[in-house]
Each structure stands twice: as structure tokens, then as C-alpha cells.
Design a protein around this ligand. Structure first.
Ligand SMILES: *[C@@H]1O[C@H](CO)[C@@H](O)[C@H](O)[C@H]1NC(C)=O
Ligand SMILES: *[C@@H]1O[C@H](CO)[C@@H](O)[C@H](O)[C@H]1NC(C)=O
Ligand SMILES: *[C@@H]1O[C@H](CO)[C@@H](O)[C@H](O)[C@H]1NC(C)=O
Length: 301
């Protein structure tokens, strides 16, 4: 009993997400001398791309609302009282975007899309899962948090984590390997990205935002898009993108758009209005479904 308490204590003492002697942060010392601005709002060209995400300076923190995972029998369940994490995406300032930017960091077991527009195939990754990278860096608490809040649909969650890293983080300049300096440990930026995703996710507690505005999952009632948007805007200052399935009637996604001051991992986020038209009906009722019994777990501890 005593030993167990000591172990827990040492994990908390080392860092927010567990102990590691391996460095998992970039070398941003040169950023001290850079001009101060929010991404996509700079008036002069960005010289040091480790200091501010560029060209992907429109940063989207994206979340899912699913009612089941399909892998409940293996223990993969959704976090009670919370939406699930999708990812953190670097859109360009004009809302276009890059994807799968570094073949040397392709860890996605199921690339989507499976090829580039020019026909070049993106090969499926067959190596050890990104969860093994997290273990290599002794980030047990990070892995535990991701396992509770970053949940895949119909496939193991580590596939989603790898997909998000290789599709999006490889196109985010502040996660370039070159930003990690001379003491770079392989995969450090993967861990750094996962921590950044969680940090950004925690800025936008969608379930609680909506609940505080009187909107809870219900299989008996429907909601209006205008009301959902107004509730979020009252807390973040901006209208997010809401996504719906079933011809715009079943709520299943939210994207928060931001400009970032500094790096994507440590900088300050400023919400801006969505640049993407909602796929939810503006006139009809929207269902925010209750989860399937047995598909949720208490994720708070
Ligand atoms: C196809 O497009 C990808 C992504 O833009 C690029 O990396 C690759 O070099 C292109 N291949 C050819 C044969 O043009
Ligand atoms: C989808 O929604 C639109 C607009 O609400 C409606 O006109 C159309 O009939 C719907 N389509 C189906 C297949 O339900
Ligand atoms: C709510 O409805 C959805 C869609 O029909 C269903 O999958 C889910 O199990 C329902 N949840 C509850 C608690 O009845």
C-alpha cells in the first residue's frame, strides 16, 4: 500500500503527465527575438517557423460526439460528461490545408485519403503503434488520459492518434524535427503534439459549455443550430463549426478555430469564427443523442 502511494507521488512530481528524462519540448530560445503576433495576423513574413505555425496558422481543435465505439468489449468506451478528442489541425490562413507532409514520419496504419491527388499512394504504416513511443518516453499519465478522451470509432484508438499526427502535425511547422535542436530524441515531437492536443482540447469543454446553456444529450428533444452556436460564442467569443450526420439532423462534430500567439504547443489561443459552413440544418431540429448504454465510462479518475 505504502509503495503504491510513493509511485503515484513520484509520477505527479516529475511533470504534468509523468516522469521522463527524455526531452519532449522544442528549443524555442531563438523565438525570444522574434516579433510578437498572432498566426495569420502577421504583417511581415515569418522567419523562424518553429516560433509560429506557418503556413498552417489557422489552428482547429476538433472534437467528436459519438454514441458508441464498436470496441466496447475490448474496453474502448467514451468519456462520460465529455466529447471525445478528434485532433489539432493546421489549416492555412485562407482555409485550405496540407496533409501527410513528411513520408519519414508516416505512422498512420490506415491513411485517409490513401493517396495524394497526383495518384502517389500514402503507404500504410506497419510498425509499432505510437502508444509504444509514449511508453518509451515514460509518459504513462499522458497515455492514460489519451485512452480515456481520444477515442477511435471501430478501431483501436492508437490508430487515430497516429493518423492525427502523421496527417496534421507533420504539416505544422512548430512540430518540425528541426525545432527540437541538437538533443532531439526520435519521436519527441510526437509526444509534444499529443500533449499539445490535450492542452488545446481542455480549453474547449464542449459538453460542459452546452450543459451550462441548458443543452444536454437527449433522445427525446431537438435543438436549434442558432442556439448551439450562441451558447459556445457566449463562452469563447466565436462561433465554432458544428457538424451533423443524417442530412444535417444528428450532431456529431465541433471544430474550434483559433489564431495562435507563439508555438502551437505552448502559445496562447484566440478563438475566431468558423470559416467552414455548418453541415447541420439551420431551420430544422438537431438531435444531440444520448450514448448507448454501456458505451460510456467515468473518465474523471
Ligand atoms: C505527389 O504529391 C505529393 C504531395 O504533394 C508529393 O509529395 C509527391 O512528390 C508528388 N509525386 C509526384 C510523382 O509528383
Ligand atoms: C435533407 O434535408 C433537406 C433540407 O432540410 C430536405 O429538403 C431534404 O428532403 C432532405 N433529404 C432527405 C433524404 O431526407
Ligand atoms: C439514443 O439514441 C441513439 C440513436 O438511436 C441510440 O444509439 C442510443 O443507444 C440511445 N441512447 C439511449 C440511452 O437510449
Amino acid at each position: 500500500m505504502k509503495a503504491k502511494i510513493l509511485v503515484c507521488f513520484s509520477l505527479f512530481a516529475a511533470s504534468a503527465f509523468g516522469g521522463s528524462n527524455l526531452r519532449i519540448y522544442p528549443n524555442l530560445a531563438a523565438c525570444i527575438h522574434e516579433p510578437s503576433f498572432f498566426s495569420c495576423e502577421n504583417t511581415a513574413p515569418i522567419k523562424n517557423t518553429c516560433c509560429s505555425p506557418t503556413p498552417g496558422g489557422l489552428v482547429l481543435q476538433t472534437q467528436f460526439w459519438n454514441t458508441y465505439t464498436g470496441l466496447e468489449r475490448q474496453g474502448q468506451r467514451l468519456p462520460k460528461g465529455s466529447w471525445g478528442i478528434h485532433g489539432l489541425w493546421p489549416d492555412n490562413c485562407d482555409s485550405s490545408f496540407e496533409q501527410y507532409c513528411d513520408p519519414a514520419r508516416q505512422y498512420d496504419p490506415a491513411p485517409s485519403p490513401s493517396s495524394f491527388p497526383n495518384g502517389t499512394v500514402i503507404p500504410a504504416y506497419k510498425g509499432p503503434g505510437v502508444d509504444t513511443f509514449i511508453k518509451k518516453f515514460s509518459q504513462g499519465q499522458l497515455l492514460d488520459y489519451m485512452s480515456k478522451y481520444w477515442i477511435n470509432l471501430g478501431a483501436p484508438s492508437e490508430g487515430l492518434w497516429a493518423h492525427e499526427f502523421s496527417k496534421h502535425a507533420t504539416c505544422t511547422s512548430t512540430f518540425d524535427v528541426a525545432c527540437y535542436g541538437g538533443n532531439y530524441e526520435k519521436h519527441a515531437e510526437v509526444i509534444d503534439y499529443f500533449e499539445a492536443v490535450i492542452r488545446a482540447f481542455q480549453l474547449f469543454p464542449t459538453y460542459k459549455f452546452l450543459a451550462a446553456g441548458g443543452v444536454l444529450p437527449s433522445n427525446k428533444t431537438t435543438y436549434k443550430l442558432d442556439d448551439l452556436e450562441a451558447i459556445i460564442k457566449s463562452q469563447t467569443g466565436a462561433v465554432p463549426f458544428f457538424g451533423c450526420a443524417n442530412n444535417g439532423t444528428v450532431l456529431n462534430e465541433v471544430w474550434y478555430f483559433n489564431h495562435v500567439h507563439g508555438s502551437e504547443q505552448f502559445g496562447s489561443y484566440k478563438t475566431i469564427d468558423s470559416t467552414t459552413l455548418s453541415t447541420c440544418t439551420r431551420t430544422g431540429g438537431i438531435r444531440y443523442l444520448e450514448r448507448t448504454p454501456g458505451s460510456e465510462q467515468d473518465a474523471s479518475n
